[in-house]
Ligand binder design. Structure first.
Ligand code: AMX
Length: 437
C-alpha cells in the first residue's frame, strides 16, 4: 500500500467516530434556518453541506485543511530550483490533512507516474471531435469515456461492504488525477498545435511534466503548479464541487463525477469567467487600438459593459466579500515576472476602477476581483492565447479537491443527496402564514 493510502486509511478510521457521534447524539440540533429569499435565490449562505477538505471564509478566503494559501505556499515542499510547491503536495494535503515532507511527495509522484498512461481510445475520442468544439466539451467527454475503467464500479457490482467504498474510489481518483494533465495537454496540442503530441517525461513532477507536454518553457512549470494549487478546492457549495458531491452521492464512479463537475465549471458565471475576462480585455484592446487607456476611458468601458446588461467578468463572488487571495497570489507573480505586459497593466488598472464602479452601481454584494480576473492573462503571457482552453486548466486543478471530497464522502458514509422542493403556491402560502405540509 502506498504511503498516501496508508495514511488516508488511518485518518478515515479515526475520523469515522466523530461523524457517527454527531449523527447519533446530536442529529436533531438545528444549524440554520432557511428563508424564501434563499430558496428562490440559489440557496446562498444556507449551511447545508459538510466537508473537511477546505473552508471558505468570506473575508479571509479559502483555507485548505485549515491552512491559508499563503501559508501553504510557504510550507509545502518544492521541486529543486522551483518557485512554486509540488502539485503532488497539495494532493497529499487535501486527501490526508497533513503537510507532506519530501518523502510523501515523492511517494505521490510515483503513484501519479504509474497511473498516467491514457488508454488508446481516449486519443481516438479526442481526435474524433470536430476541431471547432469547445475544449471543455472535449475534456468532459474524454473523462466520461474512461468510466469503463472504474475499479469502484467493478467492485460495487461484485459486492463490496459500504465501509470499503472509499478504497476503490481512491484508486479511481488517483488514476484519473494522473491522467487529467495528459488529456488536457493532448487536447491543447490537438486543437491548436496541429496535433503534434509531446510525450510525457516520467522524470518530471506533475507541474514540470504538464509544461513539457504543452511545449512551453520555464517558468510555465511554476505557472502550472501555482495554477493547479489555487484552483484545487473552494469548499463544497460552488457549482463544480457541489455537482461532484451530488453526482457522487448516487455512487456514480469518479469518471462520471468529474465529467459532470467539468460541465458545471464550463458555465460563464463559474470557471468560464477566466476566458470571458480575456474576451472582454480583447474588446477593450480593440476599442483602444492597442493603446493603454486612461483611467477615465477605462471607467467608460466598464460602465458601457454594465449598461449593456452584462456582468464584469472576474469580479464579484457568491461567498467572498473581499479581494480573492487567489487573485493576489497571481498578481504578485505577474508583478515579479512581467509587470510591463500590457494585459497585466489593463488588469491592474481595472483593479483600481471596477470596485468603485460596482459599489456605485450598488448591485454586486462583492465588488472585488476573484481569481479569474488574473488567471487568463498569465496564460496569455506564456503563449496560450487560445482562451477557450483556460477552463480546462481550472478543471485539472479543481478535480484534485473534488476527488479528495468523494473519497471522504464515501469513507464517512454520506448518503444520497435529496433536498426537498416546494411549489410557488406553497411558498406563497408560507409567506401568508398559512400552514402547508
Ligand atoms: N458585474 C456586474 N454585476 C454583478 C457582478 C459583476 N461582476 N457580480 C454580481 N453582480 C450583480 C448580479 O448579476 C446580481 O444582479 P441582479 O440582481 O440584477 O441579478 C447582483 O449583482 C447581486 O449578485 P451577487 O449576490 O453579488 O452575486 P451572485 O452570488 O448572484 O453571483 C457571481 C456571483 C460570481 C456569479 C457574480 O458576481 C458574477 O456574475 N461575476 C462575474 C462572473 C465571474 O467572475 N464569475 C467567476 C466567479 C468565480 C468562479 O466561480 N470561478
Amino acid at each position: 500500500m502506498s504511503n498516501l493510502k496508508q495514511v488516508l486509511y488511518e485518518k478515515i478510521m479515526s475520523w469515522r467516530p466523530r461523524t457517527e457521534k454527531l449523527l447519533k447524539e446530536y442529529g436533531d440540533v438545528v444549524v440554520d434556518k432557511v428563508t424564501i429569499a434563499q430558496i428562490i435565490g440559489g440557496m446562498r449562505d444556507l449551511k447545508s453541506l459538510v466537508t473537511d477538505i477546505s473552508y471558505l471564509d468570506p473575508m479571509e478566503g479559502i483555507r485548505y485543511r485549515g491552512y491559508t494559501l499563503p501559508e501553504l505556499f510557504e510550507k509545502l515542499p518544492r521541486p529543486k530550483g522551483a518557485e512554486m510547491p509540488y502539485i503532488e503536495g497539495i494532493i497529499y494535503l487535501l486527501f490526508t490533512g497533513d503537510i507532506p515532507g519530501q518523502r510523501e511527495v515523492t511517494d505521490v509522484a510515483d503513484e501519479i507516474n504509474k497511473r498516467r498512461i491514457l488508454p488508446r481510445y481516449v486519443y481516438e475520442v479526442i481526435d474524433a471531435f470536430p476541431t471547432y468544439s469547445h475544449p471543455m466539451a472535449i475534456f468532459s467527454t474524454a473523462i466520461l469515456t474512461m468510466s469503463r475503467e472504474s475499479f469502484f464500479s467493478k467492485k460495487y457490482h461484485g459486492g463490496i461492504s459500504k465501509l470499503d467504498y472509499w478504497d476503490p474510489t481512491y484508486e479511481d481518483a488517483l488514476n484519473l488525477l494522473a491522467k487529467l494533465p495528459e488529456i488536457g495537454a493532448y487536447i491543447y496540442r490537438k486543437l491548436y498545435k496541429g496535433g503534434q503530441r509531446i510525450l510525457s517525461n516520467p522524470n518530471l513532477d506533475m507541474g514540470g511534466n504538464f509544461a513539457h507536454m504543452m511545449g512551453i518553457d520555464k517558468p510555465y512549470d511554476d505557472v502550472t503548479r501555482m495554477n493547479l494549487i489555487i484552483h484545487a478546492d473552494h469548499e463544497s457549495g460552488n457549482v463544480s464541487a457541489h455537482t461532484g458531491h451530488l453526482v457522487g452521492s448516487t455512487l456514480s464512479d469518479v469518471y462520471l463525477v468529474i465529467s459532470a463537475m467539468i460541465n458545471g465549471l464550463a458555465g460563464p458565471l463559474h470557471g468560464l469567467a477566466n476566458q470571458e475576462v480575456l474576451r472582454w480585455l480583447q474588446d477593450l484592446n480593440e476599442r483602444m487600438d492597442g493603446k493603454i487607456p486612461t483611467l477615465e476611458e477605462l471607467r467608460q468601458f466598464v460602465w458601457d459593459t454594465l449598461n449593456s446588461g452584462q456582468v464584469i467578468p472576474g469580479y464579484g463572488h457568491a461567498v467572498l466579500r473581499k479581494t480573492d487571495p487567489r487573485y493576489l497570489i497571481q498578481r504578485e507573480f505577474c508583478l515579479k515576472h512581467f509587470p510591463d505586459d500590457p494585459l497585466f497593466i489593463y488588469t491592474d488598472m481595472l483593479f483600481k476602477v471596477v470596485p468603485e464602479i460596482l459599489m456605485e452601481q450598488g448591485k454586486a454584494k462583492n465588488p472585488w476581483p476573484n481569481l479569474d480576473a488574473q488567471s487568463g492573462i498569465i496564460q496569455w503571457h506564456y503563449g496560450i492565447t487560445e482562451y477557450d482552453f483556460y477552463t480546462v486548466l481550472f478543471g485539472i486543478g479543481r478535480a484534485i479537491g473534488i476527488c479528495a471530497n468523494i473519497v471522504w464522502d464515501r469513507a464517512l458514509g454520506y448518503p444520497l443527496e435529496r433536498p426537498k422542493s416546494l411549489t410557488t403556491e406553497m411558498l406563497e402560502k408560507i409567506a401568508m402564514g398559512e400552514h402547508t405540509d
